[in-house]
Design a protein. Structure first.
Length: 282
């Protein structure tokens, strides 16, 4: 009986990498069912995502077989069973539109993840979590309690064996220490306008300036506020006839769609980090 696996790889680009990977998979009775690759000219790195079935059930054994054929290549390799669902911690404040969308997609099977807990600095989403049978942690935060509150968040990440943290409109700036602790495994969503509007009521600011596009950006969290490697973006066209409230509704719809796609890409191992940018395989 064969087992389905997902493989991601990044390494300095050179001839023979695909041949080495295929040879390693052949050693464990592998059969490739989906493959995507990309050579990044700017960094000189080669990126690969491969879905395959294999007689070997143990991902460690599969990785070892591949590395035997890549002995002289400094490669970052990840292999996991496709059926192993990543564990995702959701963080939210008062606006629940992104969380509701993610929970719907999770409940219907469109998102192959497990959600062991929801964390919020407000109690507003407690009933939503209870309705879905998910543990809810109300962790209020003030300037004085921020360090202690973030320590509680990190404790949950470790205790619950969390693979990814999703800031589903969590309206708090994470400290540099927490950003570093969650590097490469925390995703945020925010509006993205041209020009950018910061502070309170960005959609109302955009309306006052007569914007013609509203949009959203999902990105990895870094210590540089809202400037982490971008995973997914989208826009919606608007006109002078749209009210500020209509801009809010369109913006929230875009935020929902962009964040759900970003989480799905991550859950399906389609994202590879290359410094300050990402490779996202379709």
């Amino acid at each position: 009986m064969s087992t389905s696996h997902l493989l991601t790889l990044s390494c300095p680009d050179r001839p023979g990498i695909v041949h080495a990977v295929a040879s390693g998979l052949l050693d464990v009775g592998g059969n490739i069912t989906e493959n995507a690759q990309f050579g990044d000219v700017d960094t000189g790195l080669f990126c690969l995502r491969t879905a395959f079935t294999a007689e070997a059930d143990d991902p460690v054994a599969v990785e070892a077989a591949i590395r035997r054929h890549l002995r002289d290549v400094d490669a970052s390799i990840s292999v996991r069973r496709a059926e192993d669902r990543p564990r995702v911690l959701m963080m939210v404040s008062k606006f629940d539109h992104c969380l509701v969308d993610l929970l719907y997609r999770w409940r219907t099977g469109a998102l192959a993840i497990d959600i062991p807990a929801i964390v919020s600095n407000h109690p507003d989403c407690a009933e939503l979590a209870e309705r879905h049978g998910i543990a809810f942690y109300h962790l209020p935060v003030t300037k004085e309690s921020k360090a202690a509150q973030e320590a509680q968040v990190l404790h949950l990440v470790v205790e619950l064996d969390i693979d990814l943290v999703v800031l589903a409109r969590y309206m708090q700036i994470l400290s540099d220490d927490l950003c570093r602790a969650l590097a490469g495994r925390a995703i945020n969503i925010h509006h993205s306008f041209l020009p950018g509007f910061k502070g309170a009521k960005p959609y109302h600011q955009a309306h006052e300036r007569g914007v013609k596009l509203v949009g959203a950006t999902a990105h990895f969290v870094t210590a540089d506020l809202d400037e982490g490697p971008i995973i997914e973006q989208d826009v919606a066209r608007v006109t002078h006839a749209h009210t500020a409230e209509q801009l809010v509704a369109l913006g929230q719809d875009t935020e929902r769609a962009v964040l759900s796609r970003a989480v799905r890409y991550w859950a399906e191992d389609r994202i590879l980090l290359l410094g300050q940018k990402t490779v996202v395989f379709p």
